[in-house]
Design a protein around this ligand. Structure first.
Ligand code: TRP
Length: 345
Protein backbone atom coordinates (compact mmCIF):
# COMPACT_ATOMS: atom_id res chain seq x y z
CA UNK A 1 0.00 0.00 0.00
CA UNK A 2 1.44 3.33 -1.03
CA UNK A 3 1.28 5.79 1.88
CA UNK A 4 -0.66 8.97 1.18
CA UNK A 5 1.30 12.20 1.27
CA UNK A 6 -0.12 14.71 3.76
CA UNK A 7 -1.46 17.96 2.34
CA UNK A 8 0.79 20.80 3.54
CA UNK A 9 -0.82 23.88 5.04
CA UNK A 10 1.24 26.61 3.43
CA UNK A 11 3.02 25.67 0.25
CA UNK A 12 3.33 28.12 -2.64
CA UNK A 13 3.86 27.28 -6.30
CA UNK A 14 4.16 29.82 -9.07
CA UNK A 15 5.67 29.99 -12.52
CA UNK A 16 6.57 32.33 -15.34
CA UNK A 17 7.24 31.59 -18.99
CA UNK A 18 10.74 32.09 -20.40
CA UNK A 19 9.57 34.06 -23.39
CA UNK A 20 10.55 37.62 -24.20
CA UNK A 21 12.03 40.27 -21.98
CA UNK A 22 11.29 40.39 -18.27
CA UNK A 23 9.81 43.77 -17.42
CA UNK A 24 8.49 46.01 -14.65
CA UNK A 25 5.07 44.36 -14.89
CA UNK A 26 6.59 40.95 -14.11
CA UNK A 27 8.54 42.47 -11.23
CA UNK A 28 5.73 44.39 -9.53
CA UNK A 29 3.01 41.91 -10.47
CA UNK A 30 4.83 38.68 -9.69
CA UNK A 31 8.46 38.41 -8.62
CA UNK A 32 8.31 41.00 -5.87
CA UNK A 33 5.38 39.19 -4.31
CA UNK A 34 7.09 35.83 -4.67
CA UNK A 35 9.99 37.23 -2.71
CA UNK A 36 7.72 38.35 0.13
CA UNK A 37 5.96 35.00 0.32
CA UNK A 38 9.27 33.29 1.04
CA UNK A 39 9.09 34.63 4.59
CA UNK A 40 6.01 32.66 5.59
CA UNK A 41 5.60 29.87 3.03
CA UNK A 42 7.55 27.00 1.63
CA UNK A 43 7.91 28.14 -2.00
CA UNK A 44 8.54 26.57 -5.39
CA UNK A 45 9.22 28.91 -8.30
CA UNK A 46 9.38 27.49 -11.77
CA UNK A 47 10.48 28.62 -15.21
CA UNK A 48 7.76 26.95 -17.26
CA UNK A 49 9.60 25.92 -20.42
CA UNK A 50 7.08 23.14 -21.17
CA UNK A 51 4.38 25.80 -21.33
CA UNK A 52 6.57 27.98 -23.54
CA UNK A 53 6.65 25.42 -26.37
CA UNK A 54 2.87 25.47 -26.72
CA UNK A 55 3.76 28.12 -29.31
CA UNK A 56 6.91 27.85 -31.45
CA UNK A 57 10.20 28.64 -29.70
CA UNK A 58 13.58 28.75 -31.35
CA UNK A 59 15.60 26.14 -29.40
CA UNK A 60 18.71 28.22 -28.79
CA UNK A 61 16.65 31.22 -27.74
CA UNK A 62 14.57 29.06 -25.41
CA UNK A 63 17.65 27.90 -23.51
CA UNK A 64 18.93 31.48 -23.19
CA UNK A 65 15.55 32.78 -22.10
CA UNK A 66 15.21 30.04 -19.51
CA UNK A 67 18.47 31.15 -17.89
CA UNK A 68 17.44 34.77 -18.18
CA UNK A 69 14.11 34.16 -16.45
CA UNK A 70 15.89 32.33 -13.63
CA UNK A 71 18.34 35.24 -13.36
CA UNK A 72 15.41 37.66 -13.11
CA UNK A 73 13.81 35.64 -10.27
CA UNK A 74 17.08 35.60 -8.35
CA UNK A 75 17.92 39.25 -9.02
CA UNK A 76 14.48 40.23 -7.74
CA UNK A 77 15.19 38.40 -4.49
CA UNK A 78 14.06 34.80 -4.88
CA UNK A 79 16.52 32.90 -2.70
CA UNK A 80 17.40 29.58 -4.35
CA UNK A 81 18.50 28.10 -1.04
CA UNK A 82 15.36 28.91 0.88
CA UNK A 83 12.97 28.31 -2.03
CA UNK A 84 13.06 25.72 -4.79
CA UNK A 85 13.91 27.39 -8.10
CA UNK A 86 13.94 25.20 -11.20
CA UNK A 87 12.85 24.78 -14.79
CA UNK A 88 9.82 22.65 -15.45
CA UNK A 89 11.21 20.30 -18.12
CA UNK A 90 13.82 18.94 -15.70
CA UNK A 91 11.11 17.39 -13.53
CA UNK A 92 9.22 14.68 -15.41
CA UNK A 93 6.43 14.57 -12.81
CA UNK A 94 4.85 17.65 -14.43
CA UNK A 95 4.34 15.91 -17.77
CA UNK A 96 3.28 12.65 -16.19
CA UNK A 97 0.64 14.20 -13.96
CA UNK A 98 -0.54 16.43 -16.82
CA UNK A 99 -1.39 13.32 -18.84
CA UNK A 100 -3.48 11.92 -16.01
CA UNK A 101 -5.22 15.29 -15.65
CA UNK A 102 -5.94 15.29 -19.38
CA UNK A 103 -8.04 12.24 -18.62
CA UNK A 104 -9.76 13.91 -15.65
CA UNK A 105 -10.54 17.32 -17.19
CA UNK A 106 -13.47 17.48 -19.60
CA UNK A 107 -13.37 18.96 -23.11
CA UNK A 108 -16.20 21.26 -22.08
CA UNK A 109 -14.08 22.73 -19.29
CA UNK A 110 -11.16 23.49 -21.59
CA UNK A 111 -13.48 24.94 -24.22
CA UNK A 112 -14.36 27.69 -21.76
CA UNK A 113 -10.76 28.88 -21.26
CA UNK A 114 -10.51 32.45 -22.50
CA UNK A 115 -6.70 32.45 -22.73
CA UNK A 116 -6.82 29.68 -25.35
CA UNK A 117 -9.35 31.64 -27.37
CA UNK A 118 -7.18 34.77 -27.16
CA UNK A 119 -3.92 33.02 -27.99
CA UNK A 120 -5.27 30.77 -30.72
CA UNK A 121 -7.19 33.65 -32.28
CA UNK A 122 -8.96 32.99 -35.55
CA UNK A 123 -6.61 30.18 -36.43
CA UNK A 124 -7.86 27.73 -33.87
CA UNK A 125 -7.50 24.72 -36.15
CA UNK A 126 -3.79 25.39 -36.42
CA UNK A 127 -3.08 25.95 -32.73
CA UNK A 128 -1.02 23.21 -31.09
CA UNK A 129 -2.85 20.61 -29.01
CA UNK A 130 -0.44 21.64 -26.23
CA UNK A 131 -1.87 25.16 -26.24
CA UNK A 132 -5.33 23.68 -25.77
CA UNK A 133 -4.30 21.56 -22.77
CA UNK A 134 -2.02 24.26 -21.33
CA UNK A 135 -4.27 24.57 -18.24
CA UNK A 136 -4.06 20.86 -17.36
CA UNK A 137 -0.25 21.15 -17.31
CA UNK A 138 -0.58 24.18 -15.07
CA UNK A 139 -2.78 22.15 -12.69
CA UNK A 140 -0.11 19.43 -12.71
CA UNK A 141 2.62 21.99 -11.88
CA UNK A 142 0.77 22.99 -8.77
CA UNK A 143 -0.66 19.66 -7.65
CA UNK A 144 2.49 17.57 -8.16
CA UNK A 145 3.59 19.26 -4.92
CA UNK A 146 0.12 19.52 -3.35
CA UNK A 147 0.73 23.27 -3.26
CA UNK A 148 -1.99 25.19 -1.45
CA UNK A 149 -1.40 28.80 -2.48
CA UNK A 150 -0.68 30.19 -5.93
CA UNK A 151 0.22 33.83 -6.53
CA UNK A 152 -0.98 34.85 -9.98
CA UNK A 153 -2.27 37.85 -11.88
CA UNK A 154 -5.95 38.33 -12.68
CA UNK A 155 -5.47 36.76 -16.11
CA UNK A 156 -4.66 33.38 -14.56
CA UNK A 157 -7.65 33.17 -12.21
CA UNK A 158 -9.65 31.06 -14.63
CA UNK A 159 -6.82 28.55 -14.88
CA UNK A 160 -6.73 28.28 -11.09
CA UNK A 161 -10.47 27.65 -11.01
CA UNK A 162 -9.85 24.82 -13.43
CA UNK A 163 -7.09 23.50 -11.17
CA UNK A 164 -9.62 23.35 -8.33
CA UNK A 165 -12.14 21.60 -10.59
CA UNK A 166 -9.54 19.01 -11.60
CA UNK A 167 -8.48 18.42 -7.98
CA UNK A 168 -12.08 18.04 -6.81
CA UNK A 169 -12.99 15.75 -9.70
CA UNK A 170 -9.91 13.57 -9.17
CA UNK A 171 -10.61 13.26 -5.44
CA UNK A 172 -14.23 12.41 -6.15
CA UNK A 173 -13.63 9.95 -9.00
CA UNK A 174 -11.03 8.01 -7.04
CA UNK A 175 -12.67 8.41 -3.65
CA UNK A 176 -9.55 9.76 -1.95
CA UNK A 177 -8.53 13.15 -0.58
CA UNK A 178 -5.35 13.32 -2.65
CA UNK A 179 -5.30 16.96 -3.76
CA UNK A 180 -5.97 20.26 -1.97
CA UNK A 181 -8.20 22.95 -3.50
CA UNK A 182 -5.68 25.70 -4.19
CA UNK A 183 -6.20 29.26 -3.12
CA UNK A 184 -5.24 32.06 -5.50
CA UNK A 185 -3.09 34.77 -3.92
CA UNK A 186 -4.09 37.84 -5.91
CA UNK A 187 -2.09 40.95 -5.15
CA UNK A 188 -3.66 44.34 -4.79
CA UNK A 189 -3.28 47.49 -6.85
CA UNK A 190 0.18 48.04 -8.23
CA UNK A 191 0.21 44.39 -9.21
CA UNK A 192 -1.27 45.32 -12.57
CA UNK A 193 1.15 47.45 -14.52
CA UNK A 194 -0.11 48.89 -17.80
CA UNK A 195 1.67 49.89 -21.03
CA UNK A 196 3.46 53.25 -20.94
CA UNK A 197 1.94 54.01 -24.36
CA UNK A 198 -1.64 52.95 -23.63
CA UNK A 199 -3.00 52.87 -20.09
CA UNK A 200 -5.75 50.44 -21.04
CA UNK A 201 -3.39 47.66 -22.15
CA UNK A 202 -1.28 45.48 -19.88
CA UNK A 203 2.50 46.04 -19.98
CA UNK A 204 3.58 43.10 -22.09
CA UNK A 205 6.66 41.45 -23.48
CA UNK A 206 4.82 40.92 -26.75
CA UNK A 207 4.04 44.61 -27.35
CA UNK A 208 5.95 45.58 -30.53
CA UNK A 209 6.82 48.97 -29.02
CA UNK A 210 9.81 48.73 -26.66
CA UNK A 211 8.85 52.16 -25.30
CA UNK A 212 5.68 50.60 -23.87
CA UNK A 213 7.58 48.72 -21.17
CA UNK A 214 10.51 49.01 -18.78
CA UNK A 215 12.66 45.92 -19.23
CA UNK A 216 14.58 44.59 -16.27
CA UNK A 217 17.69 44.87 -18.45
CA UNK A 218 17.17 48.58 -19.30
CA UNK A 219 19.89 50.87 -18.00
CA UNK A 220 19.22 54.06 -16.03
CA UNK A 221 19.09 56.24 -19.16
CA UNK A 222 16.58 53.99 -20.88
CA UNK A 223 14.37 53.82 -17.79
CA UNK A 224 14.36 57.60 -17.38
CA UNK A 225 13.75 58.19 -21.09
CA UNK A 226 10.80 55.79 -21.26
CA UNK A 227 9.18 57.33 -18.19
CA UNK A 228 9.62 60.91 -19.48
CA UNK A 229 8.08 59.91 -22.80
CA UNK A 230 5.24 57.92 -21.26
CA UNK A 231 1.80 58.96 -22.44
CA UNK A 232 -0.13 61.21 -20.05
CA UNK A 233 -2.95 63.73 -20.18
CA UNK A 234 -2.65 67.53 -19.87
CA UNK A 235 -4.32 67.81 -16.43
CA UNK A 236 -2.27 68.20 -13.27
CA UNK A 237 -2.27 65.36 -10.72
CA UNK A 238 -5.47 65.06 -8.65
CA UNK A 239 -5.51 65.02 -4.85
CA UNK A 240 -7.00 61.56 -4.40
CA UNK A 241 -7.44 58.21 -6.15
CA UNK A 242 -10.99 59.03 -7.28
CA UNK A 243 -9.54 61.86 -9.38
CA UNK A 244 -7.67 59.23 -11.45
CA UNK A 245 -10.88 57.67 -12.74
CA UNK A 246 -11.09 57.88 -16.51
CA UNK A 247 -7.38 58.77 -16.68
CA UNK A 248 -5.76 55.39 -17.32
CA UNK A 249 -2.26 56.69 -18.13
CA UNK A 250 -2.14 58.94 -15.08
CA UNK A 251 -3.51 56.13 -12.91
CA UNK A 252 -0.85 53.77 -14.23
CA UNK A 253 2.09 56.08 -13.50
CA UNK A 254 0.82 56.92 -10.03
CA UNK A 255 0.19 53.21 -9.41
CA UNK A 256 3.75 52.36 -10.45
CA UNK A 257 5.11 55.07 -8.16
CA UNK A 258 3.04 53.81 -5.22
CA UNK A 259 4.07 50.20 -5.82
CA UNK A 260 7.78 51.02 -6.15
CA UNK A 261 7.71 53.24 -3.05
CA UNK A 262 5.49 50.84 -1.10
CA UNK A 263 3.04 53.65 -0.42
CA UNK A 264 -0.69 54.00 -1.07
CA UNK A 265 -1.93 55.89 -4.14
CA UNK A 266 -3.62 58.49 -1.91
CA UNK A 267 -0.40 59.01 -0.02
CA UNK A 268 1.54 59.59 -3.25
CA UNK A 269 -1.14 61.98 -4.50
CA UNK A 270 -0.96 63.84 -1.20
CA UNK A 271 2.59 64.72 -2.16
CA UNK A 272 2.02 65.52 -5.85
CA UNK A 273 -1.54 66.94 -5.98
CA UNK A 274 -1.77 69.93 -8.33
CA UNK A 275 1.68 69.36 -9.81
CA UNK A 276 2.30 68.71 -13.50
CA UNK A 277 3.49 65.49 -15.01
CA UNK A 278 6.94 66.84 -15.87
CA UNK A 279 7.79 67.11 -12.21
CA UNK A 280 6.07 63.86 -11.27
CA UNK A 281 7.85 61.95 -14.03
CA UNK A 282 11.23 63.17 -12.84
CA UNK A 283 10.49 61.88 -9.37
CA UNK A 284 9.19 58.58 -10.77
CA UNK A 285 12.24 58.15 -13.01
CA UNK A 286 14.54 58.68 -10.05
CA UNK A 287 12.62 56.20 -7.91
CA UNK A 288 12.48 53.59 -10.70
CA UNK A 289 16.20 53.85 -11.38
CA UNK A 290 17.01 53.58 -7.67
CA UNK A 291 14.77 50.51 -7.21
CA UNK A 292 15.46 48.68 -10.44
CA UNK A 293 19.14 49.56 -10.81
CA UNK A 294 20.41 46.94 -8.36
CA UNK A 295 18.14 44.29 -9.88
CA UNK A 296 19.37 45.03 -13.39
CA UNK A 297 22.96 44.90 -12.23
CA UNK A 298 22.46 41.56 -10.51
CA UNK A 299 20.71 40.15 -13.57
CA UNK A 300 23.53 41.16 -15.87
CA UNK A 301 26.08 39.77 -13.42
CA UNK A 302 24.29 36.41 -13.30
CA UNK A 303 23.94 36.29 -17.07
CA UNK A 304 27.68 36.55 -17.47
CA UNK A 305 28.02 33.25 -15.64
CA UNK A 306 25.52 30.75 -17.10
CA UNK A 307 27.18 27.81 -15.34
CA UNK A 308 26.10 29.25 -11.98
CA UNK A 309 22.48 29.47 -13.07
CA UNK A 310 22.61 25.99 -14.56
CA UNK A 311 23.83 24.62 -11.24
CA UNK A 312 21.09 26.42 -9.30
CA UNK A 313 18.43 25.05 -11.67
CA UNK A 314 19.81 21.51 -11.48
CA UNK A 315 19.83 21.64 -7.69
CA UNK A 316 16.28 23.02 -7.63
CA UNK A 317 15.10 20.33 -10.05
CA UNK A 318 16.57 17.62 -7.87
CA UNK A 319 14.77 18.95 -4.78
CA UNK A 320 11.52 19.43 -6.71
CA UNK A 321 11.68 15.90 -8.14
CA UNK A 322 12.24 14.47 -4.66
CA UNK A 323 9.19 16.35 -3.39
CA UNK A 324 6.96 15.29 -6.29
CA UNK A 325 8.02 11.62 -6.33
CA UNK A 326 5.89 10.42 -3.39
CA UNK A 327 2.89 12.39 -4.68
CA UNK A 328 3.19 10.71 -8.07
CA UNK A 329 3.57 7.32 -6.40
CA UNK A 330 0.36 7.99 -4.50
CA UNK A 331 -1.42 9.07 -7.68
CA UNK A 332 -0.29 5.98 -9.61
CA UNK A 333 -1.52 3.78 -6.83
CA UNK A 334 -4.88 5.53 -6.54
CA UNK A 335 -5.44 5.40 -10.31
CA UNK A 336 -4.62 1.69 -10.38
CA UNK A 337 -1.38 1.71 -12.32
CA UNK A 338 0.71 -1.32 -11.56
CA UNK A 339 3.86 -0.07 -9.87
CA UNK A 340 5.66 -2.87 -8.02
CA UNK A 341 8.25 -0.41 -6.65
CA UNK A 342 5.55 0.93 -4.38
CA UNK A 343 3.91 -2.27 -3.28
CA UNK A 344 1.02 -4.38 -4.49
CA UNK A 345 -2.42 -3.02 -4.85
N1 TRP B 1 0.28 30.29 -16.94
C1 TRP B 1 1.09 31.13 -16.09
C2 TRP B 1 1.29 32.49 -16.78
O1 TRP B 1 1.28 32.57 -17.97
C3 TRP B 1 2.44 30.51 -15.81
C4 TRP B 1 2.29 29.25 -15.01
C5 TRP B 1 2.49 27.99 -15.44
C6 TRP B 1 1.89 29.17 -13.66
N2 TRP B 1 2.28 27.10 -14.46
C7 TRP B 1 1.90 27.79 -13.34
C8 TRP B 1 1.54 30.13 -12.69
C9 TRP B 1 1.54 27.34 -12.08
C10 TRP B 1 1.16 29.66 -11.43
C11 TRP B 1 1.16 28.28 -11.13
O2 TRP B 1 1.47 33.46 -16.12
Amino acid sequence: MSPSVPIPTRRVFSGAQPTGAMHLGNYLGAFRNWVRLQQSYECLYCVVDLHAITVWQDPKTLADQTRRAAAAFIAAGVDPKRSILFNQSQVAAHSELAWIFNCVARVGWLNRMTQFKDKAGKNRERASVGLYVYPTLMAADILAYKATHVPVGEDQKQHLELTRDIAARFNQDFGAEVFPLVEPVIFGPGARVMSLRDGTKKMSKSDPSDASRINLTDDADAIARKIRRAKTDPEPLPDSATGLEGRPEAANLVGIFAALADRTVDDVLGEFAGKGFAEFKNALAELAVATLGPITEEMLRLERDPAVIDRILADGAERAAAMAAPVLAEVRHVVGFLDPRHGRR
